[in-house]
Design a protein around this ligand. Structure first.
Ligand code: GTR
Length: 336
């Protein structure tokens, strides 16, 4: 009887290990583990491909002991759900925008402020350097995050698109219902620009655009193109009001069960993923823009003077939130 119970328990452990579910104990560092990763974007999108590549390198470096299974295209829900699942260890890697992460670790919100970076190159310098490393550590060390910040990724600049009319100047935004990511800074930003900011998940956006629940949204060219939003909102105006990096987070619950060597390996591969993604991003951004233009989308550009009108209009957002991040902003501005 006792012998049978022991055999059954042994079998249960073997089954759990095979399923990659057996993390505990010192021997666990050597267990085979399948790490789940997710992204709102489909296979082929730069952020997804960078994590897929990370997985291949991880598998090769550990002789197949650690591997990554990618769940792309919102298969596990929108970004809010992805973050929650990573926090409880139901998945390991979530590649999300810093937008929703700012509501978890407030310091990250500095990257969510409108026009905080001079341009995309400036943003990339900041995330590659000291400030980038510091903010990843802040996220990892924050007791409420339950996440490890692994690396940043480029997501270009976000611009407004809508289904009603071409926005040729700031006055054209008046009264338009524009979907923003779920973070009060973004809703306030759109309201300051004259539109009507509406917080909504990316997973609900296509149908909201199609049914007219919102008149438009804002995003970088690859997301506008890949999400097929350009088919239902045909006017794209290069406002570039937000330059928000993406972030790859990892479940702290799983992290604490990994050996120090595995943690170091993941950190090294994540840094490589940050650079791999940038290359993929630059290529994709060009391709997306070409496709958008070929599809007959009216792409509006602005003169520096017009751009300044957008920048001046978001002053109330800086008045409301800016003081908290003043030191960090000074350091960001000093990065050349
Ligand atoms: C995309 C970004 C996603 C998501 C989305 C959104 O650019 O890659 O992570 O944040 O925007 O608008 O929700």
């Amino acid at each position: 009887m006792i012998r049978r119970q022991v055999i059954r328990a042994g079998m249960a452990v073997a089954v759990m290990a095979a399923a990659g579910l057996c993390f505990g104990g010192p021997a666990a560092a050597q267990q085979k583990m399948v790490l789940k990763a997710t992204d709102v974007h489909p296979l082929g999108y730069p952020t997804v491909e960078a994590v897929v590549q990370l997985g291949k390198k991880l598998e090769a470096a550990t002789g197949g002991r650690l591997s990554v299974q990618m769940f792309p295209s919102m298969q596990l829900g929108g970004e809010k759900e992805m973050i929650e699942q990573a926090q409880v260890g139901a998945l390991q890697f979530a590649r999300v925008s810093v937008g929703p992460m700012g509501t978890i670790v407030d310091d990250l919100n500095v990257f969510n402020m409108p026009f905080v970076f001079r341009d995309i190159a400036h943003m990339n310098k900041v995330i590659d350097g000291e400030i980038g490393a510091e903010l990843l550590a802040k996220l990892s060390n924050s007791p409420q995050s339950k996440l490890i910040g692994l690396c940043w990724m480029d997501a270009g600049a976000r611009s407004v698109y809508n289904s009603k009319k071409p926005i040729k100047g700031i006055e054209d935004l008046k009264g338009l219902k524009i979907r923003m990511m779920g973070n009060p800074i973004f809703v306030d930003t759109m309201n300051a620009l004259g539109g009507n900011g509406i917080a909504m998940g990316f997973d609900q956006l296509y149908s909201a655009l199609q049914t007219g629940v919102v008149d438009g949204a804002e995003n970088n060219p690859p997301s506008y193109e890949s999400g097929k939003h350009f088919q239902v909102a045909k006017y794209y105006s290069l406002t570039e009001h937000l330059i928000i990096p993406e972030i790859l987070v990892f479940s702290k619950a799983t992290w604490e069960k990994l050996s120090k060597d595995d943690q170091a390996l993941l950190q090294k591969l994540a840094r490589e993923a940050q650079m791999d993604e940038r290359k993929l991003w630059n290529e994709r951004e060009k391709k997306s823009m070409e496709l958008i233009k070929q599809s007959g989308i009216e792409v509006v550009t602005f003169t520096p003077a017009q751009k300044k009108q957008f920048q001046d209009a978001v002053k109330p957002v800086w008045d409301k939130y800016g003081a908290k991040y003043a030191d960090l902003v000074k350091r960001i501005q000093a990065v050349q």
